[in-house]
Design a binder for this molecule. Structure first.
Ligand code: 9MR
Length: 459
């Protein structure tokens, strides 16, 4: 409820500039207009998706609309941390697998939501902090993204990590308190686990150029400049009775950073403007060539988390609303994507931070390379381990740290020692590597680690 109150307060202060233009365009249709959302979006090289509660897949009235109108799905809850890892190290994929099967049988792509979010953390994770939580969360990303590897079009790797209000900074959470680099550590782990999935950052109250969206913009720009793997930004777009006049301009400024943008959780308060706002959002996406698709957060009004807001495109009886027609017309009137169909593999090289020197894999054993993110008094090291031609059943990486440097925190490996010669052994899920396969681990420290070189031993 707290989340919802904050959201509502923020959407009602938005301005209305985009709507007037929207109303005229919504009446326009093209000669070859599609007759369903999925066909019309596909004609323009995009997807049109819905959030699905998998329990409803056995309800005929629901599934009929889903299969007719949508060619992308996202689990409303079933791929979240509390659902997929209810006890530490015990993974449960029943709901997620069911949704993936339904998608595959009906020509739909799947968005993955969400690997890390401060809400819907399982109880055991809520009680953790520091390096134990950092390891647990990176393990979660690795395990879940590996399970669904090859089946997910785009993952929300991190959801809602920025604070509301004017500061443009990060939201406090136990995840954030493991260190500001938790987001990039999660993206790097996700890339290693599923190199074919687009990796997105997803948030709400980012429906225009404001302090929060600018904070995210600055993070994405920083990630792109440092080679942190990020491919897309999700704009949830839980909207009230007006739309920010710079909604499209905001999408465009992110696209100009070299990431795709997606409308990921669209729903709009009922009332006179609902159809116009839906149309304006759809048009904004169509006008941004890197906007690859739109997802509504549910199918029928009665499926929505927003209850009496009647915020979706179909009423509770499954009838198409005026908002539906507005979206369909905007899809049919919009330009197509000139290049880059949405199923293209990400443009980033999967695992190579750009600052790494090239490392020739040895014929046997393993190789390690390190990239450092340093500041005055501290550093984060991201270490890439590449298996040689024989593969590995385990690995161990050693560093000799300069005096004054000390390891304070490690993820995806187990450290022995913290100063001088420090060794990092694989953890249970990343020791076994095929020939040439790559995995990553990381550690944080105080002091300076500049100039360190790793040595790798395989078993
Ligand atoms: O729609 C979801 C609802 O069923 C859950 O109870 C809720 C739990 O916090 O999450 C809802 O989905 C949220 C999404 O995962 C992230 N963005 C906001 C969505 C609406 O709250």
């Amino acid at each position: 409820m707290k989340h919802r109150r904050v959201l509502r307060a923020a959407v009602t202060v938005a301005v209305t500039g985009a709507l007037a233009a929207g109303m005229t365009m919504a009446l326009t249709t093209s000669a070859n207009a599609g007759t369903t959302l999925r066909a019309s979006a596909a004609e323009k090289g995009r997807y049109f998706g819905a959030a699905v509660a998998t329990g409803k897949l056995s309800t005929g009235a629901y599934t009929t609309i889903l299969n007719r109108e949508f060619n992308s799905v996202v689990a409303e809850n079933e791929m979240k941390w509390d659902a997929t890892e209810p006890q530490q190290g015990r993974f449960s994929y029943t709901g997620g697998d069911r949704l993936v099967s339904h998608a595959q049988a009906n020509g739909m792509s799947v968005r993955g939501h969400a690997l890390l979010w401060y809400q819907q953390e399982p109880g055991w994770a809520q009680n953790m902090s520091g390096s134990a939580l950092r390891s647990a969360m990176i393990n979660h990303v690795t395990q879940v993204a590996t399970h669904f590897r090859g089946k997910i079009y785009a993952w929300d790797v991190v959801n809602e990590a920025f604070a509301d209000g004017g500061g443009g900074g990060r939201r406090d959470s136990n995840l954030q308190r493991t260190g500001n680099d938790w987001i990039e550590a999660a993206f790097r782990a996700a890339r290693v686990a599923d190199p074919g999935a687009k990796l997105c950052y997803n948030d709400y109250n980012t429906d225009g150029i404001n302090a929060k969206s600018t904070g995210i913009y600055n993070m994405v720009r920083d990630f792109k400049s440092r080679g942190v793997p990020i491919d897309c930004v999700g704009f949830q777009s839980h909207l009230g009775t007006s739309l920010a006049g710079d909604y499209q301009a905001n999408l465009q400024r992110f696209a100009d950073l070299g990431v795709d943008v997606q409308i990921t959780e669209l729903d709009v308060m009922t009332g006179g403007n609902q159809a116009n706002i839906y149309g304006a959002v759809t048009r904004a996406c169509m006008n941004v060539s890197r906007c690859t698709g739109i997802t509504t957060w549910g199918v029928r009004d009665c499926d929505s988390w927003r209850g009496s807001d009647n915020a979706l495109l179909f009423d509770c009886n499954g009838n198409k609303k005026a908002a539906y027609t507005s979206v369909l017309n905007a899809l049919n009137a919009g330009p197509g994507i000139p290049t880059d169909p949405p199923t293209d593999p990400p443009t980033d090289p999967p695992t190579d931070p750009p600052t790494d020197p090239p490392t020739d894999p040895p014929t046997v054993g393993c190789a390690a390379s390190v990239s450092l993110n340093s500041w005055n008094g501290g550093f984060v090291a991201t270490v890439k381990v590449t298996a040689g031609s024989a593969g590995t059943s385990g690995w161990n990486v050693g560093f000799t740290l300069p005096s004054g440097a000390s390891v304070t925190n490690t993820w995806s490996a187990t450290a022995s020692g913290s100063t001088g010669t420090v060794r990092f052994a694989n953890v249970n899920y990343n020791g076994r590597l095929g020939a040439g396969q790559v995995t990553e681990f990381g550690f944080q420290g105080t002091g300076s680690a500049s100039g360190v070189t790793p040595t790798c031993t395989a078993s």
